[in-house]
Design a protein around this ligand. Structure first.
Ligand code: AMP
Ligand code: GLY
Length: 423
């Protein structure tokens, strides 16, 4: 089978790495890809949101499966675009329909879904410019800190957590009236603050059945000790040590099952990943968000632990036969440490030569923001290269990742040296 992966980050390099190992895969293409995917697959210079160009390529190369990495094309309806096109409708798309993608595309939609299916989550109300005063009154009824969320996609920046009520009211006004996040903040969800430790679970569903993939914990802040600005993610650990059997059972019965049943009941076409962001409050899991794709860098830690053939799993998703699968997971821990460009997540330079990749031993290198220029690999984004290691204990795995990262070099390279500090 010929397979096309959409995206260009560490997540997509990891998908490509797993797909390329499968006997079920003949050729794998990545649009647009990076220097890492170019080494194991064929990159094609097509943007993930250019559906017409994707169509042309899929027909030309006889692609039978498209694996969608990022949320953008899903929220824009790539799955429906394939399903509604006579020439494309036989192609399997791994990723939900546009309706399903609203779970990530609209915070209000996600909250309403959670409430409809009685899935534990923070209490909330949503507001628009015409109800901004009611929003301020609602803030008065809550205890600090105050959680304000832009309804739409805001490149991971749309959530504000504020200690001061006056600041919260001003920011609410900025979001609704002054469109601080553009159309994304024409509506704002105000939420109860949940105090606890975060983790994520990943589910692969065919719309009826599902398999639960390993848990992971992401480190989102740029600075050590979880300080400074939010990033796309500075590293991940899988599994999450505090997610024991009892807690996982609660997640399964209170969150995963009602989510998949809810999608089916509402006749939402959903064949793909569900990434559920959770907070453990006391002994109980509560949902903070849904994403309709895998996480990055969580994928780099989660998928190397999945021993079951990924393409076989995707075939079961397409055929709605995931009930026939028992997924095999490597019991070892995986840790992923992300190297980033100096300055990230604010302004940074690109085009720095990366050396040392060929010296990595007993670890896996996943490229994120890289590209090949002549014979060199250079930086091409904020997050540059992830190093994943496996060992019996996450601390041992981390040591391997750090030992290997010391061999990597590019001008102004930075990474967090404290992953797992909170575990
Ligand atoms: P989100 O984009 O919804 O994942 O929110 C971004 C981050 O804000 C999350 O990863 C949490 O750290 C935090 N957050 C979101 N909602 C809440 C909440 N209700 N209580 C506490 N922290 C939250
Ligand atoms: N690492 C967080 C995300 O992929 O959204």
């Amino acid at each position: 089978m010929n397979i096309l992966v959409l995206g260009s980050g560490g997540r997509e390099h990891t998908f490509t790495y797993k797909i390329a190992q499968s006997n079920l895969c003949k050729n794998v293409f990545v649009a647009p890809g990076n220097a890492g995917t170019a080494a194991i697959a064929t990159n094609v210079a097509i943007a993930v949101t250019d559906f017409e160009a994707i169509k042309e390529f899929v027909l030309k190369e006889k692609i039978e499966m498209v694996v969608v990495g990022p949320e953008g094309p899903l929220v824009n309806g790539i799955t429906d675009f394939f399903a509604q096109d006579n020439e494309l409708k036989k192609v399997s798309v791994i990723g939900p329909s546009q309706e399903g993608a609203r779970l990530e595309g609209s915070k209000e939609y996600a909250k309403e879904f959670l409430y409809r299916h009685r899935i534990p989550t923070a209490a909330y109300q949503s507001f628009t410019a015409s109800t901004v005063n009611a929003g301020k009154q609602f803030l008065e009824t809550l205890n600090p800190p105050y959680v304000l969320k832009a309804d739409g996609l805001a490149a991971g920046k749309g959530v504000l957590i504020l200690e001061d009520i006056e600041e919260a009211k001003t920011e609410l006004e900025n979001m609704l009236t002054n469109k601080k996040f553009g159309v994304a903040s024409e509506k704002v969800v105000i939420e109860e603050f949940l105090d606890g430790i975060e983790l994520s679970v990943f589910v692969l569903t065919d719309g009826k059945n599902y398999v639960t993939l390993p848990t992971a914990k992401d480190y989102k802040r740029i600075g050590e000790g979880d300080t400074g600005l939010n990033t796309g993610g500075m590293g991940a650990i899988s599994p999450v040590p505090f997610a024991d059997v009892d807690f996982m059972n609660k997640i399964e019965t209170q969150i995963i099952q009602p989510t998949v049943e809810g999608l089916a009941k509402e006749k939402i076409d959903y064949k793909g990943f569900i990434f559920i962001g959770l907070i453990k409050v006391g002994d109980d899991p509560k949902v903070i968000e849904y994403n309709v794709r895998m996480g990055d860098p969580e994928t780099e830690a989660v998928l190397p632990r999945v021993k079951t053939d990924l393409v076989a799993l995707f075939n079961h998703v397409s055929n709605q036969t995931l009930d026939q699968v028992t997924i095999e997971i490597d019991p070892r821990s995986a840790t992923t440490v992300m190297t980033v460009s100096g300055g990230y997540p604010e302004a940074y330079e690109k085009g720095k030569v990366i050396t040392g990749i060929d010296q990595i031993e007993d670890a896996i290198v996943f490229h994120a923001g890289t590209k090949r220029v002549d014979s060199k690999v250079v930086t091409n984004g904020g997050r540059v290269i992830a190093v994943t290691s496996l060992d019996n204990d996450f601390r041992e795995a981390l040591k391997k990742s750090y030992r290997n990262i010391e061999k990597l070099h590019f001008d102004k390279m930075y990474y967090r040296k404290d992953l797992g500090f909170d575990l």
